[in-house]
Design a protein around this ligand. Structure first.
Ligand code: SF4
Ligand code: MG
Length: 331
């Protein structure tokens, strides 16, 4: 199948005691095609990291499935689980916290290879040099410690560590959010080049739509544990249909100074509600500028509004297309 990863009705609830549950991920479904980059976007606390971690089985799921090449990763035994971790690796947001300060770069890169008994003995040193070279660092750095590197360099080390076991699928959880703007593009470009060379498939998690624009083939937008919109990157920027996506996009400046930005900035009222006590009906309704009566009563269905363009919103359906009026022109 073209689908390397399938997430089906995934739920991850955390027990908060006293019969309360934090619904971090609440019935999320999407797939990732082989070789593509799927961007997962939303404000902090929307459940995007929890989705990624549950896909890696760092968290047990509450319900639903995560399939890698058709295999349910939450059903795997110990041995198969090891096979899974070789095929999928993770890159973390904070390149400071995710590298052990007391280990040398060589030790950090060796760890996953030790787990999987790869590149052992005399091959190890050459492999470490190769990995450093792949991410644009000098092999001389192998015996240094993380604190000797800049944020961008540390993220390169994080990427090298993920690549050390030759994975097919990489979940990058806000890999550039903690970096200086000047370094962000370099890391994205490196990830893109590596993807091409190695036929990697990415799940790229970000809190800002501008960060995923240039790397994602398709994008899913999350709000309070739910996917609210999913389509190709191009389509999402051109024709955002969900009121939440429209608000997120309105906050992004148009990069071309020649174009006068005439768009109206959509300011969302209020705060994100608690996922312990989410609103009835549509979870976005307490902040939605377009909410109508039905929004408080019924959860909007996840529907394909246009080819490969999915939205969960009562204002949108195939019979009564509102997209022309509702859509905001965005470059
Ligand atoms: Fe807004 Fe209602 Fe659509 Fe939810 S279903 S996004 S509240 S209009
Ligand atoms: Mg996060």
């Amino acid at each position: 199948s073209d689908k390397l990863v399938e997430v089906k009705h995934l739920k991850k609830y955390f027990d908060m005691g006293k019969g309360k549950q934090l619904k971090a991920v609440d019935d999320v479904s999407f797939h990732i095609l082989r070789g593509e980059t799927f961007g997962l976007v939303g404000e902090s606390g929307c459940g995007k990291s929890t989705t990624g971690r549950t896909m890696m089985r760092l968290y047990q799921r509450t319900a639903g499935q995560v399939l890698l090449d058709g295999e349910d990763v939450h059903q795997l035994g110990k041995k198969e689980r090891l096979r899974l971790t070789k095929r999928s690796q993770m890159i973390f947001q904070d390149p400071y916290a995710s590298l052990n300060p007391r280990s040398t770069i060589a030790e950090i890169l060796s760890e996953p290879m030790d787990v999987h008994s790869l590149y052992e003995g005399t091959k190890r040193k050459a492999r470490i040099h190769e990995l450093l070279d792949i991410v644009g660092l000098s092999p001389d750095h192998a015996n240094r410690y993380p604190h000797e590197f800049s944020g961008g360099q540390r993220q390169r080390i994080g990427i090298a560590r993920a690549l050390s076991v030759d994975p097919e699928f990489i979940i990058a959880d806000e890999p550039i959010s903690a970096l200086d703007v000047s370094v962000q593009a370099q890391v994205v470009n490196l990830m893109k080049a590596l993807q091409k060379e190695r036929e990697l498939t990415y799940l790229f998690i970000a809190h800002d739509l501008s960060m995923v624009k240039h790397i994602s083939d398709r994008i899913g937008v999350m709000y309070l544990g739910h996917l609210v919109e999913l389509t190709s990157s191009k389509e999402l920027y051109r024709t955002p249909l969900h009121p939440y996506t429209q608000a997120l996009l309105s906050a992004i400046p148009i990069p071309d100074p020649e174009i006068e930005d005439k768009r109206e900035r959509i300011i969302l009222k209020g705060e994100i509600p608690s996922p312990v006590d989410p609103p009835s009906g549509c979870v976005f309704r307490t902040r939605c500028p377009a909410a109508i009566e039905i929004c408080a009563q019924h959860k909007p269905e996840w529907k394909e509004i246009d080819d490969h363009h999915y939205v969960a919103c009562h204002l949108l359906n195939k019979e009564k297309p509102m997209r022309k009026e509702k859509a905001m022109a965005v470059h």
